[in-house]
Structures are given as structure tokens and as C-alpha cells.
Ligand binder design. Structure first.
Ligand SMILES: Cc1cc2nc3c(=O)[nH]c(=O)nc-3n(C[C@H](O)[C@H](O)[C@H](O)COP(=O)(O)OP(=O)(O)OC[C@H]3O[C@@H](n4cnc5c(N)ncnc54)[C@H](O)[C@@H]3O)c2cc1C
Length: 405
């Protein structure tokens, strides 16, 4: 390949790593900047864990899937429950997608394991220069390049020249702020508490992934990792609840006992409180600078779409940047990236995650009944259930984006 400036990727999260690996595998050199060091890289708060079939196909394309599968839990099914009646409403089985994908299941595999494996692959690739403990500070665009200012591992200021710069730095993207791009949307007033517990909820009829509707206290319950077995359960909290009070061991035990209606102590392995945002950047590309993943869009974790749709951005963008840098396309391709992926972020990820939350927290008994009947109707008819799964597993959004010129 002719010598040209590398693509600068800021952030070695799942999106930055997939972008870097996909670019390198298409013969494009990359400098990957990560603020965390090798020593603290794996000390991150637990976050995403559900990887949909479409995303598994992308991981497979770069050789990452084979490393994740032994570390994850294969979850073909998911369920909707009504907590008021303690009854299963509907079950969907990805087996119905067996003719659509090589991966007719979700793989429960934590973000931290994904980035650990992907980082090893990135470090081993000759075309990727991984710069750990290197903090991106600012950038400047020129007609033929972009120049990033970083604080390097020695704490010194350094400039790095690239052909393009992609912000994969997560929701707090400095790049997005420097571009003065609005992060349009809203933040839910309440916070969500996540409890990690060593207990097998399958004893109560649950499957690996469960959405539980309740006008008082909806929740999401996932088989999170194992062995040893860990499950995660999310509950909404009230706006003015005190954080320390919410996290008190007795308060956590009380919540779990009430949820399962049994009186026993649970082995609680962790808990954290988070705020949920629904936002999409007004622009995904300005000149030689592009936004991807959480830097471009954030959403509620209900439906597990944040990491998945971010990874889809990465692969879409990698193919376009590779064609541009190999002289096979001009850089208006990047405008198409924005049209396609912004459409997906607004019309699919945002719309669906907002709908998911509304469905679970609905208070009106008549609307709840209607919603539950509709879920049942879709689950019971294989053609409708397949359509439902094509949407939740993000095939629909990918296929729709392909139609956007
Ligand atoms: C509780 C919770 C549960 C979730 N569950 C799911 C789920 O089940 N499924 C799902 O799809 N999504 C889920 N998400 C969302 C998911 O975690 C994110 O969408 C995903 O991690 C975004 O990936 P990213 O690579 O864009 O950014 P991040 O994962 O945030 O990575 C950004 C990287 O950039 C680095 N960085 C930041 N600033 C700089 C800088 N200035 N210089 C250099 N490096 C920098 C950071 O250190 C980090 O390594 C969840 C989120 C939360 C909070």
C-alpha cells in the first residue's frame, strides 16, 4: 500500500477496537489512542453484555467471535414477564433466525472480555500502533490531514498526524464538543440500580434474558456470566433516593427478596447506579473527523443496543474509509455513513429503546393488557416472531441502512 497517514482512532472501547481491526485487515494503518493504561484497562465498571446475532457476524469477520464464544453464554431465548401476575407473557427464540444467520442466538459476553480479546488482537497486528495511557486532548483539521494533540505515556504533549480521525471515546467525546455538534435528546430523571448476584434465576422459570413489566418496579434480568454464575438485575429508582441508602446491603437484599417473593439471603457480588441518556449527535462527520459508537449516540440499555449499534457503526465506517484510502471512492462516502448510521440511531435504536422502557413501565391497565396481548400474538405466530426477532437482533436496521444512498 502507498505510504499515507494512518487513521487516528480515539478510544479502545469495543467500537474503536473493531474499527481499528477492520481497517487494519483491509490494509489501512491505524494509530489507536487509549487514555487508560495496561495496568487499569480492565478495571472498568461492568456495562454491555448482550451481543446480538448481527454483531456476532461482524465479530466473526475479524476473527474476534472465536475468542469470545468460550468466554460467553449462548442465549437463544428471551422472555417477557408480567410481575403483577408473576406470569410469563411471551418467549422469543432466535432459532427462528436459523436461515438468516450463522448465529441464531445472543452471546452474553461482557464488554470487558470483548475489549480484552480485541486489544490483544490489535497489539498483535502490524498495521495497528496501540498507544495506551495516551490521552487525546484536541485536534486541528487541515485540507490534507488532521493533527491530534495528545498527552503521551510519559506525560508529554505530542502531535500525531492522520488522514482521518474517528472519535470512539464514548459518550463524553471531546471531539464532539470541539466540533460543537449538538447531542440532541434527553436524559431520564431517574437512575437505574444494577445488582450483580450469584443466584440461578432459572429456578424460578426465567431464561437467560428477561424483561419484566411492572407499573411499580419494572426490571431486566440477565444471566451475565459464568461459571461461576452471575446474574444482573436492573431496577428503576426514585429521583430523590439517596445513593448510599439504595446501595446498603440490607436494602439490596430487601429488593431481591421482594422481587422473587422468597425469604432468603442472596450473595450480592456488586452493584452500581447509572443515569440513562437518549441522545444522538446532530452530525456524525465534519471534514476529516467522524464520530462513532457512544460518541455519536447513547441509549438506554433495555434491549442491549448501545454496544451493538456502535459496533455496526465501526464496520460500516471501516469499509468506507478503506475504500477512500485505497482510492476506490471519494470522501462523500463519509456523508453516506452519516446518513445511514444516523438514520439507524434515530429511527431504530432511539425509537426502540424508548419503546422498550415504556412497555415495561406502562401504568394504564388497559394499555398493559393490550401490549401484553400483542407480545403474545407475535410470539405465538412463527412468521411474526421471526419479524420481531429481525428487528430486535438489528437485522432490520442494517438492511434498511443498506437502502440509503
Ligand atoms: C449499565 C450499562 C449496561 C449496558 N448494557 C448494554 C448491553 O447489554 N448491550 C449493549 O449493546 N450496550 C449496553 N450498554 C452500552 C455500552 O456499554 C456502550 O454503548 C458501549 O460500551 C460503547 O462503546 P464505545 O466503544 O463507543 O465507547 P466506550 O465503551 O465508552 O469506550 C470508550 C473508550 O475511549 C477511551 N477514552 C475516553 N476518552 C479518551 C481520551 N480523551 N483519550 C483517549 N481515550 C479515551 C475510554 O477510556 C474507553 O476505553 C450498557 C451501558 C451501561 C452504562
Amino acid at each position: 500500500m502507498a505510504k499515507r497517514d494512518p487513521v487516528i482512532v480515539v478510544g479502545a472501547g469495543p467500537v474503536g477496537l473493531c474499527l481499528a481491526l477492520s481497517l487494519a485487515q483491509q490494509d489501512v494503518s491505524v494509530i489507536l489512542l487509549e487514555a487508560m493504561s495496561d495496568e487499569n484497562f480492565l478495571d472498568q465498571v461492568p456495562r454491555a453484555g448482550s451481543n446480538h446475532p448481527t454483531t456476532l457476524e461482524f465479530f466473526d469477520r475479524i476473527g474476534l467471535y472465536a475468542k469470545m464464544e468460550p468466554r460467553g453464554i449462548i442465549a437463544p431465548k428471551f422472555q417477557y414477564w408480567d410481575r403483577q401476575d408473576n406470569a410469563l407473557i411471551a418467549e422469543f427464540d432466535h432459532a427462528l433466525l436459523k436461515d438468516d444467520t450463522k448465529f441464531p442466538y445472543v452471546l452474553q459476553c461482557e464488554r470487558i472480555k470483548i475489549i480484552e480479546e480485541a486489544l490483544k488482537m490489535a497489539k498483535a497486528h502490524a498495521l495497528i500502533e496501540v498507544r495506551m495511557a495516551t490521552e487525546f486532548i484536541s485536534f486541528e483539521q487541515r485540507s490534507d490531514a488532521v493533527v491530534a494533540q495528545v498527552k503521551n505515556i510519559a506525560g508529554e504533549s505530542e502531535t500525531i498526524r492522520g488522514s482521518y480521525l474517528v472519535s470512539c471515546e464514548g459518550a463524553r467525546s471531546i471531539v464532539r464538543r470541539m466540533l460543537d455538534v449538538d447531542f440532541e435528546g434527553f436524559t431520564y430523571p431517574e437512575r437505574t440500580i444494577n445488582i450483580e448476584v450469584a443466584y440461578d434465576f432459572r429456578n424460578h422459570g426465567y431464561t437467560e434474558r428477561n424483561y419484566i413489566s411492572d407499573p411499580d418496579e419494572y426490571s431486566n434480568l440477565f444471566h451475565w456470566k459464568g461459571p461461576p454464575d452471575r446474574w444482573r438485575i436492573h431496577f428503576p429508582t426514585n429521583i430523590d433516593d439517596d445513593e448510599n441508602e439504595l446501595k446498603r446491603p440490607e436494602a439490596l437484599q430487601k429488593r431481591l427478596k421482594k422481587f422473587l417473593g422468597i425469604d432468603r439471603d442472596f450473595e450480592i457480588c456488586g452493584c452500581n447506579l447509572y443515569t440513562v441518556h437518549q441522545r444522538v449527535a446532530a452530525k456524525f462527520r465534519i471534514g476529516r473527523v467522524v464520530l462513532a459508537g457512544d460518541a455519536a449516540h447513547v441509549s438506554s440499555p433495555i434491549g442491549g443496543m448501545g454496544l451493538n449499534s456502535g459496533v455496526h457503526d465501526a464496520f460500516n465506517l471501516a469499509d468506507k474509509l478503506a475504500r477512500i484510502l485505497h482510492g476506490e471512492a471519494d470522501d462523500t462516502e463519509l456523508d453516506r455513513y452519516e446518513r445511514q448510521r444516523r438514520h439507524v440511531a434515530v429511527k431504530h435504536t432511539q425509537a426502540q429503546t424508548i419503546r422498550n422502557k415504556r412497555l415495561l413501565e406502562e401504568r394504564d391497565p388497559a394499555v398493559r393488557r393490550r401490549n401484553h396481548d400483542e407480545l403474545r400474538r407475535q410470539a405465538e405466530d412463527p412468521a411474526l416472531a421471526r419479524k420481531f426477532l429481525l428487528r430486535t437482533a438489528l437485522f432490520e436496521s442494517l438492511r434498511e441502512a443498506e437502502q440509503i444512498a
